[in-house]
Write a protein that binds this ligand. Structure first.
Ligand code: ARG
Length: 466
């Protein structure tokens, strides 16, 4: 029996949109629930666009005045929490603001706002403005973190602790040298961030849907009004590009990778087995079961969230990698990852700053963890200074270590005779070399762990912060 259903009647996509959208598709397509966060940027962008169109003779001065006043009213509604989103109508922030503007000033004038404009350029404008401002705040947070690190390193420069390779005791270092080892990485992040902000802060307004603006709109005028430093120079590239989202994600991944390793060190140093640092209560939590526990949750979350940022970066780059030219709806996926990752990175830097500013160090525990074996290189270097080739002194020092192990005598308590028996070139002053403070002071070349070298590193970083 032939079906009585007419073509298109029972099909969601029957005809050309005649059947309406699947309700789930409506929700799936909407971005208003997250892009409303940028209502302000959207409105400021519209005002700049209308002003430029007024200069170009597309709008009269009177129309512009109405549009601007109306848009400012829409902004006030958002700010007061009074803007009412119309479900199924307000697809995104651009549509919502324009719909409301029409209700306030009338559709005849409001309908002229979008002349020569596309949401494709609008969305990029909103996101770039927001991102630029957020990245500048992140830059400030990073500067504060580095200041805290540099101040701490300066104040606590006297404390000596084990430095590790392979997580095995290697050579004595200053605690401040450890602090600065990460600060150098974070300082490079700061340099990179300043570069990234410059690239984010370019204006897409005037790119149109893809081919450019047909009314010779003054792009420079709009860019200047909105605080952009320069234009995106190809209209197709301007609307296609989401590198400005990917690059901060890549930047954030690198930063979070540094934070993660930094946090891992501190987690280890805060264990009872190490005991070098104690986290402030403000950044630790207890166990619901074991009353004695104090857990470094802040550091674990920093380490954990780094995985999330790396994942968001990778996921987002997968989203854009196969897209054909210019705008495709896939690009809407850049919103949530941008909003979430900026929050995560920003919060993480501030938490790391809090942890570092408030943790207690235990210099006695640091010193107690030093082991005379960590001076084995210094013993080899002692003979080098007497003219013996290093390959030979390395071997000799190895025999001192072996003798210490065999006799169960700590290396610094072997007698002068025992040492002399291993190599006749040892002289009584060898005793002075079993000294951790002397050991760190010997590393006085630039970048080393001597007091002056560490203080110099602190000066280098501080200069970057001004
Ligand atoms: N909500 C859209 C987005 O975030 C705005 C751009 C829409 N453009 C379009 N051609 N449908 O990507």
């Amino acid at each position: 029996m032939a079906s009585t259903t007419k073509p298109g009647e029972n099909m969601l996509w029957g005809g050309r949109f005649t059947g309406g959208l699947d309700p789930l598709m409506v929700a799936y397509n909407e971005s208003i629930h997250f892009d409303k966060a940028l209502y302000k940027q959207d409105i400021l962008g519209s005002i700049a666009f209308a002003r430029a169109n007024t200069k170009g003779g597309i709008l009269t001065q009177d129309e512009f005045t109405k549009i601007e006043a109306g848009l400012r009213e829409v902004m006030a509604e958002w700010e007061a929490g009074k803007f009412v989103i119309v479900p199924g109508v307000d697809e995104d922030i651009h549509t919502a603001n324009e719909r409301r503007l029409g209700e306030i000033i009338g559709k005849d004038v409001a309908g002229k706002l979008h002349t020569g404009r596309s949401r494709n350029e609008q969305v990029v404008c909103d996101m770039r403005m927001w991102l630029r401002d957020e990245l500048r705040k992140i830059e400030e947070h990073l500067v504060v973190f580095l200041k805290v690190a540099a101040d701490r390193a300066e104040k606590e420069v006297d404390h000596v602790m084990p430095g590790y390779t392979h997580l095995q005791r290697a050579q004595p270092i200053r605690w401040s040298h450890w602090i600065m080892s990460y600060s150098i990485a974070f300082a490079a992040d700061l340099e990179r961030l300043r570069e990234v902000i410059k690239r984010v802060n370019k204006s897409p307004l005037g790119c149109g849907a893809l081919a450019g603006n047909p009314f010779n709109i003054d792009r420079d005028m709009m860019a200047e009004e909105l605080g952009f430093e320069g234009l995106l120079w190809n209209s197709m590239g301007g609307v296609a590009d989401r590198d400005f989202v990917a690059e901060p994600l890549q930047w954030g991944s690198m930063l979070m990778l540094h934070i993660s390793r930094w946090a891992e060190d501190l987690i280890i140093y805060s264990t009872a087995e190490f005991g070098f640092v104690r986290l402030a209560d403000a950044y630790s939590t207890g166990s619901s079961l074991m009353p004695q526990k104090k857990n470094p949750d802040s550091l674990e979350l920093l380490r954990g969230k780094s995985g999330r940022i790396l994942g968001q970066m990778t996921g987002f780059m997968c989203t854009i990698k196969g897209l054909p030219s210019t705008y495709n709806k896939d690009l809407q996926e850049s919103w949530e990852v941008m909003l979430d990752s900026v929050k995560t990175v920003s919060d993480s830097i501030q938490i790391a700053t809090g942890v570092l500013a408030t943790l207690d160090i235990q210099p006695a525990k640091m010193r107690a963890a030093l082991d005379p074996f960590m001076l084995a290189t210094d013993i080899a270097d002692y003979l080098v200074r007497k003219g013996v080739p290093f390959r030979e002194t390395h071997h000799t020092s190895g025999r001192v270590v072996a003798l210490s192990e065999q006799t169960g005598t700590p290396m610094d308590q072997l007698t002068y005779e025992q040492l002399k028996g291993i190599d006749s070139r040892f002289e009584p002053d060898i005793a002075d070399y079993f000294d951790y403070d002397r050991s760190v002071e010997m590393r006085s070349a630039k970048g080393g762990t001597s007091r002056e070298s560490v203080l110099e590193q602190i000066r280098v970083i501080k200069e970057m912060l001004n």
